[in-house]
Design a protein around this ligand. Structure first.
Ligand code: UDP
Ligand code: MN
Length: 303
């Protein structure tokens, strides 16, 4: 009798403990699921985390570089660019993120507008930018990507493999946030290849900014950069409507303030362990102001 009572008592105890344990497990599990759910929320805003962990020294200086790469259909070059630049900048302990400004509309390529838009996307998190061609790789590690007090033209005429005129400012240019804003970024009138960088040179000059170039570089035009520009990468030099006439002149109207576009999305990618952010950009063309954004025969009347 006593044994039966004892057995019933132990069984009740066992049941109570079991229920308590199951209750605890359920609470813990549902809490976990809740937090996992919250972490997985899709976000439209890209993570603007730097690609490299800053050293203590860099945390104290707080300079952050956004590498702005105007881009369309240069996949081979991109595969090489991202890991190469990530390592190059890490070696210099530069706190950075690479942004691929991918033009997805059907207008002619507009390098300048893409850079303006890239700047607008990153300006709250980065205090300087590199306007950087995807096909130009720095070979000399003395080419410094440090914060520029004045604009620094890295792909200097005496170092660039192809362009050697004294006012050349294309290829790779470092500029801090305040100076880029001061000159209203680049002109949005340049659709197709060329001249937008020359116009930007005049903007910097007019703002009395002193463009500096790397000093004490012992390499030359053949071994300072690798220009990965195959024969199949044709430059779009077409001119239609009054493009030639307008784009020869200094533009005092357009720039950072009036660039029109839609950002269609952000994608994070990793190439050989090196991270980058692709921003898909749809440019909007004002056909009255710049009809040469589309020189196709039907549009430009040239058959
Ligand atoms: N670009 C691009 N797709 C194009 C044209 C240009 O991605 O269809 C970008 C790319 O970053 C390239 C830069 O614009 O490096 C400058 O163009 P390009 O190399 O043709 O000029 P170059 O300096 O060689 O005359
Ligand atoms: Mn090129």
């Amino acid at each position: 009798m006593v044994r039966a009572k004892n057995a019933r008592f132990s069984f009740t105890c066992f049941l109570a403990v079991l229920i308590a344990v199951m209750f605890v497990i359920t609470v813990v599990l549902s809490f976990k699921l809740l937090t996992i759910d919250q972490c997985n929320c899709p976000s439209l805003v890209p993570e603007l985390r730097p690609s490299s962990k800053p050293s203590l020294k860099l945390i104290s200086t707080k300079h952050r570089l956004a590498v702005l790469v105007p881009y369309r259909e240069r996949f081979e070059e991109l595969l090489e660019f991202v890991p190469y630049m990530h390592r190059f900048l890490n070696n210099q302990q530069v706190y950075h993120n690479i942004f691929i400004l991918n033009q997805v509309d059907t207008y002619r390529f507009n390098r300048a507008s893409l850079i303006n838009i890239g700047f607008l996307q990153v300006k709250s998190d980065f205090d300087y930018v590199a306007m950087h061609d995807v096909d130009l790789l720095p070979l000399n590690e003395n080419l410094s990507y440090a914060y520029p007090k004045q604009p620094v033209h890295l792909a200097a005429p005496e170092l660039h493999p192809k362009y050697h005129y004294s006012k050349f400012i294309g290829g790779i240019l470092l500029i801090n946030r305040e100076h880029f804003q001061l000159v209203n970024g680049l002109s949005n009138r340049y659709w197709g290849w060329g001249l937008e960088d020359d116009e930007f040179y005049v903007r910097l000059k007019d703002a009395q900014l002193n463009v500096t170039r790397p000093e004490n570089i012992t390499t030359g035009v053949n071994n300072t950069f690798r220009h990965v520009h195959g024969k199949d990468r044709k430059r779009d030099t077409t001119k239609c409507y009054n493009q030639r006439e307008v784009t020869r002149k200094r533009d005092r109207q357009t720039g950072l303030h009036d660039v029109r576009y839609n950002v269609l999305g952000y994608k994070s990618l990793e190439i050989d362990g090196a991270p980058a952010t692709v921003i898909n950009i749809q440019l909007i063309c004002n056909h009255t102001a710049t009809p040469w954004c589309d020189c196709s025969p039907q549009k430009s009347g040239k058959v």
